[in-house]
Design a protein around this ligand. Structure first.
Ligand SMILES: [Zn+2]
Length: 313
C-alpha cells in the first residue's frame, strides 16, 4: 500500500474512546417505524446544496461539517477524523465523518457511504453518487438514535472522503477515507471487533436494481437477500457473479472484515445503461424517494437481523 497516514492515531483511538457499553435503555422490544424515503431524499437535497463536494476542497470540508452537524442534531456521538494521504497529486488533507450508536456488547457493524464527488465534472451534484447513500445513512442514524432501542451490536456510521480518484483512479488513488479507517482499525487491533462492513453506493436510481458485486462476503450476501425478501424487495436485488467492484468495502475485505457493497451500477437514461454516472445528469431530477425507501428499508432490516439478534431470523 503506497498511502500513508500521519494521523492514524485518531483512528487508533476510534473505538477505544467509546463510552463504556451501556445497558439497554429499555428492555422491551421496540418497533421501529418504517424507513421514510422522503426524509432520506430531504437529506440528499440538503447535502447536494453543497456541490460539488470534491475531496480536499472547501466544499468538501463544508459537506463534512454539514454531516457532522446532522449527526449531532440527532444527539449522536460524532466527529470529523482529519488525515493526510498520498495521492497522485501529492499529499492531501482529507476527512471522514464518524458517528457511533453504541450497543450492549463490544461488537460493531460499520455502515458506510462516501460523501465526496468525482472531480472535474462541470455542474456536478452527485445526487446519486454520493448523495443517495449519504442521505440514507443520515436518516437511519436519526431513526436509530431517536428510538428507544440499544442494539446488541453497535453501529458505526462512516462517511468517507476521497472515494473518487483525485486523478482518474491512478494506482494508489481513490478509497482514501475507507483505507484510512481500515488501516487504523488494523493497526489498533480493533478490526477484530467489527462483525461486518456494509457499504451503500448509488442507490437512488428510479429503476433500482442493486447487483451485489462478487467481491462481497458470502455470509453478508445471504443476510442481505434475506432482508430483501423479508421486506418484499427481493426483486430489486441480485448477485453480479461476473463483476467485482473497487469500492469502499474493499479495504475492509483486505483486513479480514466481512464486507458487502450494495450498489446499483446501472444509472442511466434506460434500464441497463450507465450513461448518467459521473455526468451532470447525476442530479436531483434523476433520483427518487421510492428507491431511497427500498434501499433504506432493506438496510434497516439488515441491521435488525445482524445487530439485534446476530443471526438470521
Ligand atoms: Zn463515483
Amino acid at each position: 500500500m503506497n498511502t500513508k497516514s500521519r494521523n492514524h492515531a485518531a483512528s487508533t483511538l476510534l473505538l477505544a474512546l467509546l463510552l463504556p457499553m451501556v445497558g439497554c435503555r429499555q428492555e422491551k422490544n421496540v418497533e421501529l417505524p418504517p424507513f421514510d424515503g422522503a426524509r432520506a431524499l430531504a437529506e440528499v437535497e440538503a447535502l447536494v446544496a453543497i456541490s460539488p463536494r470534491d475531496a480536499g476542497t472547501s466544499n468538501g470540508w463544508k459537506a463534512a461539517r454539514h454531516i457532522l452537524q446532522r449527526l449531532k442534531s440527532f444527539d449522536i456521538d460524532a466527529e470529523i477524523d482529519t488525515f493526510t494521504d498520498q495521492t497522485p497529486e501529492g499529499e492531501k488533507t482529507l476527512c471522514n465523518v464518524i458517528g457511533r450508536i453504541p450497543g450492549k456488547t463490544d461488537r460493531w457493524i460499520i455502515l458506510g457511504s462516501h460523501f465526496d464527488t468525482m472531480p472535474g465534472i462541470k455542474n456536478f451534484q452527485g445526487a446519486n453518487d454520493s448523495g443517495s447513500s449519504t442521505g440514507i445513512l443520515l436518516e437511519l442514524a436519526r431513526m436509530l438514535a431517536e428510538s428507544e432501542m440499544v442494539p446488541d451490536v453497535g453501529i458505526l456510521f462512516a462517511f468517507f472522503d476521497g472515494e473518487e480518484g483525485i486523478a482518474g483512479y491512478k494506482p494508489g488513488d481513490g478509497l482514501h477515507g475507507s483505507r484510512h479507517l481500515a488501516r487504523g482499525l488494523a493497526q489498533s487491533g480493533e478490526a477484530g471487533k467489527i462483525d461486518a462492513m456494509i457499504l451503500l453506493d448509488m442507490v437512488g436510481d428510479p429503476d433500482l436494481h442493486i447487483a451485489i458485486p462478487r467481491n462481497s462476503s458470502d455470509n453478508l450476501v445471504k443476510e442481505v437477500l434475506h432482508a430483501a425478501h423479508a421486506t418484499g424487495n427481493r426483486s430489486h436485488f441480485s448477485l453480479s457473479r461476473n463483476l467485482a467492484i473497487t469500492d469502499d468495502h474493499v479495504p475492509f475485505l483486505k483486513i479480514g472484515i466481512p464486507a458487502i457493497d450494495l450498489i446499483d451500477f446501472r444509472f442511466g437514461s434506460e434500464p441497463g445503461k450507465n450513461d448518467y454516472w459521473h455526468t451532470p445528469a447525476d442530479n436531483l431530477g434523476h433520483i427518487e424517494a421510492s428507491s431511497l425507501g427500498i434501499a433504506g428499508t432493506v438496510t434497516l432490516q439488515l441491521l435488525e437481523q445482524m445487530a439485534c439478534s446476530g443471526t438470521l431470523q
